[in-house]
Design a protein around this ligand. Structure first.
Ligand code: FE2
Length: 376
């Protein structure tokens, strides 16, 4: 196995190397079985505000779709009306999951040309959709599995989301989720470096960190991970692959149920993780728990932190420290029936890492869940 961790390539990315000039993650689009239920889950469970809708009432005969926002995060959930669409086929194979990660750029034509010339596989060539709110421009390429990276330019568009959507007025009680911190992809054994190269060569990303199976292993299972980051640092895509262990890696379990590589988790940032997690738990969101012994060792491991340690312990929040500060994080159980995607809530207090010091305790609690599912 590789002995690379942790590796950081901290050289600034030149404008030429950062040819995509991605501004931010525009939205994450989930294909689901019942968009109305998914909308309600993000709305009432995670405190997202429904802001736009498309469906039969907006003359969309193919699928129902809701757009929700929390802080800068925008999620779209869509479900098919019938069995024959690409959306229906995707849902049949994968269950609920992320289909499109959309990124905002200035020029979708340039982004599509640059990425496809560098070997990216086109999902669709640059297109313009128009309605009374203006022109919505997109293009897209495939990434791992059947997942798509869409480029979007909404500089000439001022509608509620995209042509075909009407605005939807619903009040929401925010849980404090403010931005997408990172989104992780799971790929097959031996494929991590291929996808690391894809993000480097096709999209101009740089490797921020690497973790090998020494960093991320328990007695039973292991995985390896490399973190890719875009030029301005706002987009971080870690890539995981399973590593050989005595029992089944959590990444293999994911692949067994999603059936192809796909998005494993979305980490969302909050400025007050204690308030956010209290609120999410009150609303019934289920989180993984590490053993109480984790909290006995915590003060020695991370030193002084601003948060109340008892509250951290009671809520099951994890803490890790690196050279630049510390971070607090917590992981949900899978958010759909299949043990595939889950959610991370993260608060950074200076630290730029991903919680390496928590990997072991965390993965032991994931394995306890795998065992309950008969999948270890
Ligand atoms: Fe994460």
């Amino acid at each position: 196995m590789t002995k690379t961790a942790p590796v950081s390539d901290a050289r600034p990315i030149t404008e030429e190397a950062d040819f995509l000039q991605i501004k931010s993650i525009d939205h994450v689009h989930f294909y689901v079985g019942n968009a109305k239920h998914a909308m309600y889950y993000w709305w009432k469970g995670f405190g997202f505000q429904p802001v736009a809708y498309a469906g039969l009432e907006t003359k969309n005969r193919d699928f129902a779709s809701y757009v929700l926002k929390s802080g800068q995060i925008r999620f779209v959930v869509s479900a098919p009306y019938g069995p024959t669409s690409e959306l229906a086929a995707h849902h049949m194979v994968h269950g609920d999951g992320v289909k499109i990660i959309a990124m905002e750029v200035d020029d979708v034509e340039k982004a599509w040309k640059a990425t496809t010339e560098r070997g990216g596989k086109s999902a669709w060539s640059p297109r313009e959709e128009k309605d009374e709110h203006g022109i919505y421009r997109t293009s897209a390429i495939y990434t791992y599995g059947e997942t798509i990276h869409m480029f979007v330019d909404r500089s000439d568009y001022n509608g509620p989301f995209a042509p075909g959507y009407k605005s939807m007025e619903r009040q929401a009680e925010s849980a404090g989720l403010a931005a997408v911190d990172h989104m992780v992809g799971n790929v097959q054994l031996g494929k991590m470096n291929q996808w690391v190269n894809f993000y480097h060569q096709v999209m101009g990303f740089r490797q921020l960190l690497a973790f090998d199976d020494k960093d991320i292993s328990t007695e039973y299972s292991a995985l390896m991970s490399k973190v890719m980051q875009n030029g301005n640092g706002r987009v971080k895509f870690p890539i995981n692959e399973p590593a050989e262990g005595k029992k089944k890696s959590q990444i293999e379990e994911y692949l067994d149920y999603y059936l192809t590589p796909g998005v494993q988790h979305i980490a969302m940032a909050t400025g007050d993780i204690i308030g956010t997690v209290e609120e999410l738990k009150r609303r019934g969101i289920e989180f993984l728990r590490v053993p109480d012994t984790y909290y006995e060792a915590l003060p020695d491991r991370v030193g002084a932190i601003k948060e109340d340690l008892q509250a951290i312990h009671d809520l099951g929040i994890l803490v890790d420290r690196d050279d630049e500060g510390y971070l607090l994080q917590i992981f949900s159980k899978p958010i759909q029936d299949r043990p595939t995607m889950f959610i991370e809530v993260i608060q950074r207090r200076g630290a730029k890492g991903f919680g390496k010091g928590n990997f072991r305790a965390l993965f032991e609690s994931i394995e306890a869940e795998q065992e309950k599912r008969g999948n270890l």
